[in-house]
Write a protein that binds this ligand. Structure first.
Ligand SMILES: *[C@@H]1O[C@H](CO)[C@@H](O)[C@H](O)[C@H]1NC(C)=O
Ligand SMILES: *[C@@H]1O[C@H](CO)[C@@H](O)[C@H](O)[C@H]1NC(C)=O
Ligand SMILES: *[C@@H]1O[C@H](CO)[C@@H](O)[C@H](O)[C@H]1NC(C)=O
Ligand SMILES: *[C@@H]1O[C@H](CO)[C@@H](O)[C@H](O)[C@H]1NC(C)=O
Ligand SMILES: *[C@@H]1O[C@H](CO)[C@@H](O)[C@H](O)[C@H]1NC(C)=O
Length: 364
C-alpha cells in the first residue's frame, strides 16, 4: 500500500512536470508564461473554436511605447481617456483617412472588392498578393478592385509612413486611417473597409475581407460561388462558419475578450476572419449597424454580432471551400476550393506558377 502511494505520487509529479514543460513550450515570450500558466491552472478553455497561432497578449505595451516616440507625423488619433477597458475598441470615432482611394469605383461597378488586411510594414506581403491572387485582372471579364487596409504602426509610424506613401503612389491600392495598427484594433480595419465600400464603392456586387496570409482561388470564388451571370445576392454573407462559440476569458490568449468588452457568454454565428464574403448591400448595413453597437476586439465575431442585430443569417457554403487550417498545396485540390489559411508570401509565389500553369488539367 505504501509503495502504491509512493508510485502514485511519483506519477503525479511526473505529470505535473510534463504539463509544465508543455506550458513552457507553448509560450513564445517569457513575459507571457505566467499568464498562460495561471490561465491553464484555472482550467480555462484552450480555445472555443480551435483557432491557430501562438498566444501573445500585447495591449499593455502600446501606450507606453509611444511615449518615447517623438517623431511628428503621422499623429494617430488619441481618443479622450475614459474609464474604458484598454481592449475596448474606440468606436464610433472620427478616424481620419491618411491614405485613401476615393476614385477607384468612379467609372465602374466592380463585381468583387478585395479588402486585404495588412500592416504598414508588410511590403513584401502586399507585393506577393499583387502578383498572385490580388491581381485585379486575374479573372477575364470580371471587374475586381483590390484594397489593402492599414492603420498606423504603434512605434514606427513616421518612418514607415514615407515608404507607405511611395508604395501607395505607385500602386494606388492602400487605404489607411489614423488608428494604431494593433491586433486588438483589427476591428477598426474591417470597419474602415466597410466605410470605404459604403462611401466610395457602394455599387460593388460583393466584398471579400481577406487576411494577408491566405491562399485565395479568386477564379473559383467568382465563377463557382458568386456567379457573375446571376443577379447579385442581397443580405448575403458566407465563409467558414463558427456556431456555438464564445469569448475566451483568459488573458493568456491573443483572442482574450474581457467581460467589460463583451459580457455575453456566446457569440452569434459568424464567419472566420481569414476570409469571408459579403454582398455589397450588406457591407453598407454592417457599417451602419456598427455605429450603434459596442464594438469588440474580435473583428469576425463582431460582424456576427452586426448580422444578429440586423436580423440576417450567415449562409453556409459547401463544406471544404473555406479552409481555416493549412493544407498542403496540390493543384487539383486547390482548384476546387476558395481559400486556405497560413500561406505566406514565399509560399504564394512558390505555388502560383503551377496553380496558374496550363500543364496539368484538373477534372472539373
Ligand atoms: C495580372 O494578370 C494578367 C493577366 O493574367 C497578367 O498579364 C499580369 O502580368 C498580371 N499582373 C501581375 C502584377 O502579376
Ligand atoms: C486603437 O487605436 C486607438 C486610436 O489610435 C488608440 O487610442 C488605442 O490605444 C488603440 N487600441 C489598442 C488596443 O491598441
Ligand atoms: C459607383 O458608386 C460610386 C459611389 O459609391 C459613384 O461615385 C460612381 O459613380 C458609381 N459608378 C458607377 C459606374 O455606377
Ligand atoms: C446578449 O445577451 C442579452 C441578454 O441575454 C441578449 O438580450 C442579447 O441579445 C445578447 N446579444 C447577443 C449578440 O447575442
Ligand atoms: C510544364 O511542363 C514543361 C514540360 O514538361 C516544364 O518544362 C515546365 O516547367 C512545366 N511548367 C510548370 C509551371 O509546371
Amino acid at each position: 500500500m505504501g509503495a502504491g502511494f509512493l508510485h502514485k505520487q511519483l506519477l503525479v509529479c511526473f505529470s505535473a512536470f510534463l504539463f509544465l514543460l508543455v506550458v513552457i513550450i507553448h509560450q513564445d515570450a517569457p513575459g507571457t508564461l505566467q499568464l498562460g500558466f495561471l490561465g491553464a491552472l484555472r482550467g480555462e478553455p484552450v480555445s472555443a473554436e480551435q483557432r491557430q497561432g501562438s498566444p501573445t497578449f500585447q495591449w499593455r505595451g502600446t501606450e507606453e511605447e509611444r511615449a518615447g516616440d517623438s517623431m511628428p507625423v503621422p499623429v494617430p488619433s488619441r481618443p479622450p481617456a475614459t474609464t474604458r477597458h484598454p481592449l475596448q475598441v474606440v468606436y464610433p470615432y472620427n478616424y481620419r483617412f491618411l491614405l485613401n482611394e476615393p476614385d477607384k469605383c468612379r467609372d465602374r461597378a466592380p463585381f468583387l472588392v478585395l479588402l486585404v488586411v495588412t500592416e504598414p510594414k508588410d511590403i513584401t506581403v502586399r507585393n506577393a498578393i499583387r502578383q498572385t491572387w490580388g491581381n485585379e485582372s486575374a479573372v477575364p471579364g470580371v471587374s475586381m478592385v483590390r484594397i489593402f487596409l492599414t492603420g498606423v504602426h504603434p512605434r514606427y509610424g513616421s518612418p514607415l509612413q514615407r515608404l507607405l506613401e511611395e508604395e501607395s503612389a505607385l500602386h494606388r491600392d492602400i487605404i489607411q486611417q489614423d488608428f494604431l495598427d494593433t491586433y486588438n484594433n483589427l476591428t477598426l480595419k474591417t470597419l474602415m473597409g466597410m466605410e470605404w465600400v459604403s462611401t466610395h464603392c457602394s455599387n460593388a456586387s460583393y466584398v471579400m475581407k481577406a487576411d494577408s496570409d491566405i491562399f485565395l482561388n479568386v477564379g473559383f470564388l467568382v465563377r463557382q460561388l458568386l456567379q457573375p451571370q446571376l443577379p447579385p445576392k442581397k443580405d448575403f454573407m458566407t465563409g467558414h462558419i463558427y456556431r456555438n462559440t464564445g469569448p475566451l476569458r483568459s488573458k493568456a490568449y491573443k483572442w482574450y475578450v474581457p467581460r467589460e468588452v463583451y459580457p455575453n457568454n456566446t457569440y452569434p454565428p459568424y464567419c472566420g476572419g481569414a476570409g469571408y464574403v459579403l454582398s455589397g448591400d450588406l457591407a453598407k448595413k454592417v457599417y451602419g449597424a456598427a455605429q450603434t453597437l459596442r464594438v469588440i476586439n474580435m473583428e469576425d465575431a463582431f460582424l456576427g454580432i452586426c448580422l444578429y442585430k440586423l436580423g440576417i443569417s450567415v449562409t453556409n457554403s459547401p463544406w471544404g471551400l473555406f479552409n481555416v487550417f493549412w493544407l498542403e498545396y496540390e493543384k487539383c485540390r486547390f482548384s476546387r476550393l476558395v481559400l486556405v489559411h497560413h500561406y505566406g508570401p514565399t509560399d504564394l509565389l512558390r505555388v502560383w506558377p503551377d496553380f496558374q500553369g496550363g500543364n496539368k488539367t484538373c477534372p472539373s
